[in-house]
Design a protein around this ligand. Structure first.
Ligand code: GCW
Length: 650
């Protein structure tokens, strides 16, 4: 039996006596229409269906049934919600609920900024979640399908209420057990999940193993250019669509971190992706092919290799050569979801390929949903990043503009939800799940607006009290960066676990993530003049900016350059003093969070209060530990004392 689950941002019902009935104009019988009616009864107290076109709430279906946008107006009798499709109307119902609870403005008109708005689950059939911090999988339990459709439904409504329209339901690292998901005997179970998501207008995708023809197909090869391999995939996709007509397609992690791929057969990623694309094309499916491909067996002694270069080096040559139903999925940064990285140079450079930008909601490198880290500000920076500097070539627009079929472009993120009753472990981490959906739908929302919405939907607080939580959220990314990642030196965390400090944990290992700290200085030199030449993968304007020490932004300096500890930043501080200052400040700020949170105790429900208070205590220990390890480490390397004489252990 499942515990009572948190209804999160859908918890409050609208109590408005004047919305006593609703009328649906041009009502059609459909699955989504049933969902709309169900949601009206869940979200609006007392709203009864009516045949009276003059009801206080009128929902109208107009137009051709495509498009996700909606409009809400105040009318004499109450409210009118209009959309051209049922999905649009469903989004409109959630929109009206949000606006009435948060006292937002009307009239309100909204169209999503991105077509594909997706969540990728890294759930395994054994119930574990790779990089999951909120309990076990909601789909699987000890190599069975959990089969609790009420949980899936509750999750689907949370997602749909923020505008999400696609999910992939198994890990991109597809182990043997999940490789079998595409076999007929398992499709009924996948179908149950897909059907529940369909009620909420969400399409279901599966991650596949490129070697599936061998693992489950009885072939002795998965060579994408062999006709028998292509024929096998054609049969597999035909079987899937027979069982699940609304199936979205496949997501593929190939030739990456031990996953099989076309390189095994001396074939390219173009060969691999296009073969699958042709197999799934007759059914309208798509292939989402990840660009997270790099050599994870590097020799730390060899400074000529640069993992940051990999995605661009591998994929640029194939721009324009992928089938129309292939989408390349590109992580926001060139390495791996660090709290601070530059944006991937593929954005703005790939001009003739459908593309999806990939974020990570689960807090793998950003505090494991113990430490508070509201990620919307970071995501916004990426969306608003101008790839040509001053030419209005923002990533949020480039991903659409450079996709030959803009409907096949968008944003995906690794999910953060699990069986924990509050879905995300740390209650405040709900703001990331909510915020992701909201931001991806409306790229112009500010981080603060989204945080305030979430707080107002979630708690009963005065504006002053709410502002305290909003302030914690909106400053938390900077704080996490302050105590873990000076000037974009990532990966100083405990290997594999990715929580807690271990400054040399990855330094002499095979993963290609080095800080190169020595007695003189720190940082990875990636310039053309003195380093790996990674800077040249950017547009001319960005290349010049990053290449030159005097124009490279401080916050990215050590990602692009190796500099002495005494190097003076644009801020006027030396690198070493910056390291000390940010680490003292970061830990101090967490102590402030603790005091602020404790001051809110009388105004919060006990469960939320204790949940976050316990985690802030752990975060404080974590931050102090990071502070002391980093400060001591760099003090020992550099021999330079803190200008303010604060305590640094030697
Ligand atoms: O950052 C790495 C994670 C892996 C993950 C991989 C990926 C699913 O540590 O756990 O594998 O990224 O994105 O494929």
């Amino acid at each position: 039996m499942s515990k009572t689950r948190d209804l999160c941002w859908l918890k409050k019902r609208v109590h408005q006596p004047d919305i006593s009935s609703y009328y649906i104009k041009n009502r059609r019988d459909s699955v989504v229409m049933k969902t709309i009616e169900r949601e009206l009864s869940l979200l609006f107290e007392d709203a009864e269906p009516s045949d009276d076109a003059k009801s206080p709430l009128v929902l109208s279906l107009t137009g051709d049934g495509t498009g996700d946008g909606y409009e809400i107006e105040k009318t004499e009798a109450g409210y009118a919600v209009t959309a051209s499709s049922e999905k649009g109307l469903l989004y409109g119902v959630f929109g009206l609920h949000r606006i009435l609870i948060t006292k937002g403005r009307l009239p309100f008109k909204s169209q999503p900024d991105q077509s594909i708005r997706m969540i990728n689950h890294w759930d395994n059939f054994d119930g574990s979640i790779e990089r999951g911090y909120a309990g076990e999988s909601i789909y699987y339990d000890r190599n069975h399908f959990r089969g609790d459709m009420e949980i899936v439904r509750s999750y689907a409504r949370l997602l749909a209420s923020t505008g999400i329209n696609a999910v992939s339901v198994n890990n991109v690292n597809v182990h043997k057990k999940e490789t079998f998901f595409i076999k007929s005997e398992n499709l009924k179970e996948i179908r149950k999940i897909a059907d529940v998501f369909s009620e909420y207008g969400i399409r279901t995708y599966l991650s596949i193993n490129f070697a599936a023809p061998i693992v489950v197909g009885g072939l002795d090869t998965a060579d994408p250019l062999l006709p028998e391999v292509a024929a096998w995939w054609e049969q597999v996709t035909a079987d899937i669509y027979k069982e699940i007509p609304q199936f979205g397609g496949f997501i593929v992690k190939a030739d990456s971190e031990g996953e099989p791929g076309p390189f095994t057969y001396d074939r390219t990623h173009e060969d691999g992706a296009n073969m699958l694309a042709r197999a799934i094309k007759p059914f309208g499916g798509i292939i989402i092919w990840r660009c997270f491909v790099y050599n994870c067996g590097q020799d730390w002694r060899d400074r000529s290799l640069d993992r940051a270069r990999a995605a661009y080096d591998i994929f640029m040559a194939h721009d324009g050569k992928f089938e129309g139903n292939v989408i390349l999925q590109i992580k926001n940064g060139p390495i791996d979801f660090q709290i601070r990285e530059p944006n991937s140079p593929l954005f703005g450079a790939l001009r003739k390929t459908n593309q999806i930008l990939e974020f990570q909601i689960t807090q793998e490198y950003t505090g494991h949903q113990v430490d508070i880290c509201y990620l919307v500000p970071m995501w916004k920076e990426t969306l608003d990043f101008d790839t040509c500097y001053g030419k209005d070539a923002f990533i949020k627009n480039e991903i659409k503009k450079n996709s030959p079929d803009p409907k096949r472009s968008g944003i995906a993120a690794v999910g953060s939800a699990g069986m924990d009753a509050n879905w995300t472990g740390n209650k405040l981490a709900q703001a990331n799940l909510y915020g992701y959906g909201r931001l991806v739908w409306d790229n112009s929302l500010s981080s603060e607006e989204i945080a305030r919405e979430w707080v107002n939907l979630t708690f009963e607080l005065t504006e002053d009290q709410a502002s305290k939580i909003v302030d914690i959220l909106t400053t938390s990314r900077g704080v996490y960066e302050d105590y873990t990642c000076p000037l974009a030196v990532g990966f100083m965390c405990r290997p594999n676990v990715h929580y807690g400090a271990d400054i040399d944990g990855y330094e002499y290992d095979r993963w290609g993530t080095y800080h190169y700290a020595d007695r003189n200085g720190v940082g990875r030199e990636r310039s053309v003049a003195r380093g790996t030449g990674y800077t040249r993968q950017y547009s001319d304007a960005r290349f010049r900016e990053y290449e030159d020490l005097s124009t490279c932004p401080d916050e990215l300096l050590l990602f692009f350059h190796h500099v002495p500890y005494t190097h003076v930043l644009r801020s006027g501080k030396t690198v070493i003093q910056h390291i000390y200052d940010t680490h003292f400040a970061g830990a101090e700020k967490v102590e402030q969070y603790e005091r602020t949170w404790e001051s809110l105790e009388p105004f919060l429900d006990e469960e939320s209060y204790t949940n976050v208070r316990d985690r802030i205590k752990k975060q404080k220990e974590n931050a102090i530990n990071w502070r002391d390890q980093i400060n001591t480490y760099f003090y020992r390397k550099s021999g330079i004392s803190d200008a303010h004489g604060r305590k640094i252990y030697d």
